[in-house]
Design a protein around this ligand. Structure first.
Ligand SMILES: [Zn+2]
Length: 383
């Protein structure tokens, strides 16, 4: 018998270990406290644990915990970090787990530190010495910002599982596909001057007008030439989300900024999309040398395409009693998928509670999740 804490205590301790990721250094936190808890608990069950430091992550760690010999097997993956929380909008401390209304409230309950507690609970009474194929637990750093933990893990190729499940909150529905995302900023520099004589300047708003016309053509090209009917919006979208330029009606606008978001379908690389944006703007860039610059606003996320009809998707759909589906948010799945495994996203709780004040997991998920994890491990590692 292991001396692991009970499920609620595991949840409580994970929630009490703040692990916020933010691109701004002043809001960013270490994830070592969460890594230490998980490393202790998985070690106690007999897992071999490694905690490599992730490059360019302000010294954060991944955890890779393995048990069982042989090849293939199962990878259960998740992230150790959470998003920042809205001060004042929570009815309680985000780091003190509270049981109320048949729910556990706390930052990371459903997205997604709680998943690891449920994996531990499932493992407590499984025959860990009878695994014919290995089980790997992967807990990543910085999913909410750069996904650098999952990228480093995928590049390291230290495991080669047959199957993978990423325990993001999907209401226990197997997810086999999602779109990607990039956010681009277009910066136009003109020359300001008195409005009475346009020849004295270069109006950045007028240049941006041409830029937008070209981007509208790209938007149309994307929507007419790419299609994946599994999505409710079956084409790549482009959204103009922010524009600012100039300061006064009587001054020629000297600079103008536009922010846009593009959500590609699976099969389109982010780098390819970025090149498309540059290509559509190349004639205007030649007309106004040095005036137009394009930048990445924050790290993008690759799209993910597993298969609706591969054996793992079919099996997990059957075990969970839920049909496989596609979603509109991004996950680490495209990176995990690079390990060559059949990959799904599936976990307890709803995405509607993720990144929200008073995040919670409904207690009705606990037993079904533990049961489902046991069944997945049984099929992938024991049977
Ligand atoms: Zn998440």
């Amino acid at each position: 018998m292991s001396t692991l804490p009970d499920l609620k205590s595991c949840f409580t301790q994970l929630i009490a270990a703040p692990s916020i990721s933010a691109l701004e250094a002043e809001h960013d936190m270490s994830n070592h406290a969460v890594i230490n808890l998980l490393q202790n608990w998985f070690s106690e069950l007999g897992f071999e644990c490694e905690t490599p430091t992730v490059a360019d992550s302000r010294n954060k760690q991944n955890l890779i915990a393995r048990i069982g010999s042989g090849s293939g097997g199962l990878l259960l993956a998740g992230h150790t970090d959470t998003v920042p929380f809205d001060e004042g909008l929570w009815s309680q401390s985000p780091f003190e787990m509270v049981e109320k209304n048949n729910r556990w409230y706390g930052l990371g309950t459903c997205d997604m530190k709680g998943f690891f507690a449920l994996v531990l609970e499932a493992l407590k009474d499984m025959p860990l010495d009878q695994f014919k194929r290995p089980l790997t637990i992967f807990a990543s750093a910085d999913e909410e910002t750069t996904m650098s933990g999952a990228k480093a893990f995928a590049d390291s190729k230290v495991v080669a599982p047959d199957f993978a499940v990423i325990g993001e909150p999907t209401s226990l529905k197997p997810v086999y596909m999602h779109k990607g995302q990039i956010a681009q900023g277009i910066h136009v520099i003109g020359r300001s001057g008195h409005s009475s004589d346009p020849a004295r300047g270069l109006n950045a708003i007028e240049v941006m007008h041409k830029v937008i016309s070209q981007l509208m053509k790209l938007k149309q090209h994307l929507s007419e030439n790419y299609r994946e009917d599994a999505f409710t919006v079956p084409y790549p979208t482009m959204n103009f989300g922010h524009i600012h330029g100039g300061d006064a009606a009587n001054r020629i606008c000297g600079c103008c900024d536009l922010h846009l978001d593009i959500r590609p379908l699976p099969g389109m690389e982010l780098a390819e999309l970025e090149l498309m944006v540059l290509h559509y703007l190349s004639d205007i860039s030649k007309e106004y040398p040095g005036s137009i610059s394009v930048s990445t606003l924050y790290p993008g996320a690759e799209s993910f395409a597993g298969k609706a009809d591969n054996p793992w998707t079919k099996l997990v759909a059957e075990l969970s009693g839920n049909e496989a589906e596609v979603v509109n948010y991004s996950t680490e799945a495209p990176y995990i998928n690079k390990l060559g495994c059949q990959t799904l996203v599936l976990g307890p709780g709803s995405i509607n509670q993720a990144h929200q004040p008073d995040e919670f997991i409904g207690l009705e998920y606990l037993t079904p999740t533990v049961d489902l994890i046991k069944k997945m491990i049984y099929h992938a590692c024991i049977k």
